[in-house]
Design a protein. Sequence first.
Length: 966
Amino acid sequence: MAHSFASTLLLAAIGPRLVAGSLLQALSNERPDPAVFPSPETPHHLPPAGTNVTGPKSTNKFWANWVVEEGRDLAIHPMPYVLKFESSPPNMKISRSSAPHIVYGDSQTNGPDKVRYYFSPFINEFGLGAVESAGPEGHVVVKEGLFGLHAEVRGPSGTDRRILFPIYSGMAYVSGLYEGFTPQVTSERALLLLEPVADGIWRLLNNGGKEFRLYAIDTAGNFADASFEFGPDGKMNKAFHGWIRLAEVQAPEDHAILDLHAPAVLIDWELDVPGGGAVKYHFTKHASVPTQLLHFAYPHHEKLMTGNTQQVAQLTRMRAPTKGRMAGVTGDQWHLQISTAEEDGLDFLPKTEPRGDRVGDLTQKAVDTLAWFLDGDQWKQAMFKGSYYFSGKGFQKVAYTCLLLEKFHGLASTHTQNCADILKKGFQCLYVPGTAGCAGAPMGLYYDHWWGGAASREGFSDKGCRTADFGNACYNDHHYHFSYFVVSAAALVKLQPEMAADAGFVSFVDTLIRDTTNPSSQDGYFPVFRSFDWFDLHSWSRGVIPSADGKDQESTSEELNLLYGIRLWGVALQRTALRDLGTTMLALCAATIREFFLMKSDNEHHPADFAANHATGIFFQNKVDYATWFGWRYEFIHGIQMLPVTPALLLTRTQEFCRQEWDNVLSRLPLSPTDPWTSLLLTGTLAIIDPEGAYEKLSAMSPHFMDDGLTWVWSLYWSASLSGADAVGSTTGASTTPSAPSGVNVALDRLALASSEAAPELGAARAVDGLFVTYWSPAASDEDPWISVDLGTVQRLSHIVLYWGEFYPLSYWVQAKDDVSDWSTKAVNLGAAGNLQSNMPVNTFARFVRVVCQSSAGSDLRLWEIKVYADEVATTSVTTSTSTASTVAATTAAATTALPTTTTAEVMTTTAGAGTTTEAMTTTAEAVTTTAEASTTSAAQTSQVCAPGLQVPGHLQCQRAGAQGV
């Protein structure tokens, strides 16, 4: 009978089954177009393992570690408990830390008075195990839902033994349904006490001071009779058919509450989103026991709860590893309600208007920006950057230029439609196979039937899956990457309504939404809500890449961008359900970000000295780390919460928060006008509290130093518009740190040649493409490699900045020449990791710049970027020709037969970037005294550059913003 009950339990709700709510409607139930999303010919780099789930599988839920082979021994984080499984003998280990392990910063990071990161170490307080051995397959996921999973352990072949573990977010008990196994309670610590309290109830105590309640409940929901006993070794006296449950006791008054609700075992959980900001959870209990379910709620749930759900005041709040203390609540349903009034009013542009005296200038700047895009097809440089992430930023940058042109000139104007045509051409390169002129566009997406998703072809079957395009092929950051295309597509339909009838275009955009945010299990090609966690009420990154600290969220603003885009796409295509779903999710997510991620000084969910940072950085399930995956700089950590700049930002970046963040952190930074991150900090924070001050500072910046997803005109329009809102003008408290020397990188995208290349994709052009995800690397046999750049014109040079990775030369020479002279050495440097600036002698005029390296055969040399800065004066304009390039190559090759010699007069002092630390961190803002280029140091790095699973971030080449805005 027990065996048939468990089988029925499993079959009760196979797969992610949803209540038929009005907003949970499938976008499609057809396979994505094979011509656009072909099937891969080779298996995924991290194929599913340890799962019997058929069809699409969850990749970003808390249990994803357990469905990838190399992650099956890692912890999962259903909260407040953390679980690991040990196979032999079978044992579900439980950890629940009462206090976090806190690590403070230092002079090289956020200072000794603030917490750098905190986490909860895994300690097996108690575990649900068995005396008998299990089969060789270990724990297997047999069912998935939106909120949890069922994991099963079977006995060896020929036996009917098994244990079924239903594991859900917020569960108040850890439970196992035993069939034929003899239960055994385990602990990593010494078991001091195991005593009976009543039939089916025991008290546990270990030498760490942790007390748990232990329950044995039969399949009818009754406590086990007195014939079932546990010995002092934790073993039950005989095999059991029913539930064994564990729950922590934090105070004496917890006993009665836990005992009362122990028979109510959660076995399934469904979602309903009926509209109007309402969200409903429907819990299913085993055996239909009358006792209401006891479950834990996060603090933001409590603020949203309505109806009959009751908080149990007598139950001690339980600390989760992150997000603070959870409250016990009872109820077989939860009703959450959130206002969507602010989200309902969102459009592409701010509601308020710029002052009339600024409209003329902004209008001209919008036209100038379009002219730049059209000049020599410069729009392709913005929109086609190889990766989905960087290309997506370019798409939305162009889209917002088009929206401004519509604002100033009208929908039918030539300017507006010429701009919209750019956007249309860009999309055609993504969804019309064989479209000409698409060099540099992302290489495309597969439809991956292993996991059920649209995954990048780059790195799909090899280790590049984890790093290429920030791990897109491994389902990392899809809700960031694809957000830009969804917003841009909605803008295109607004500007060219006929695009709504382009089936290929609509299908492509729908596929991106289906991949990240599929609302319905009726769509059998994608998991339901891959990224969005309907319990935590925000999205998670990391995909299928195993992570000891669980899933994480880094860029809250890019998640908002996706939900904002889904709302706009629903509006554009007149899909009411999709529009309202996007609006509801946007409101829920914004409330969650305000609660946990963007911290005001009085935030009670984090240690007080961590809340002083104001931005969380990388928010793991088990750890919160004031850092980013791509480096440690204040600008990175705070700026990544501000891009892209859209009205959706105002949902989370309140004036009160921005005032604290600006006064306590950002105003103390150099805010160099040549640092692209400055453009984000000014638009994303200062413009909200002092739009006039932000407008003035942005006006003084060069368009060449905007973030690569932001145009100069959009930053100015944004600030000018907020001047008409309720933002309060104030002093900015700007730093007195000297600004960096101004200048333009004249080496960007110029002709580059090298003595050799380690592989075709590591050629010289990679060092002048403006991206920190590519680099030049010479052949290993090349002992004295060189790289040269043709600047196209004779320039008066100011300085050169070289960005070395973890593999740098012993020393190198910086040389220059014009069209007729020989190479002349201008600087000699010792190699070092990081970014090194070489100042040029006064009146250095040159068209060609060369770096000659002293290395050793077999070494791995990597130059991520070479930037050459010129003064404003240029003496000669020259067009680079093939013959000229050949001459330069021949001259360069001849010159490298011997290392150069120099005279004292020729060599200027070289200034190294700010010092690095063993944790791959850059210096604090207060310590930065070099130029903006030299202050963005790439720290002492490891060979595992920017791996999404790496727990210590800090690699400059993975930074998400470049320096080529318009």
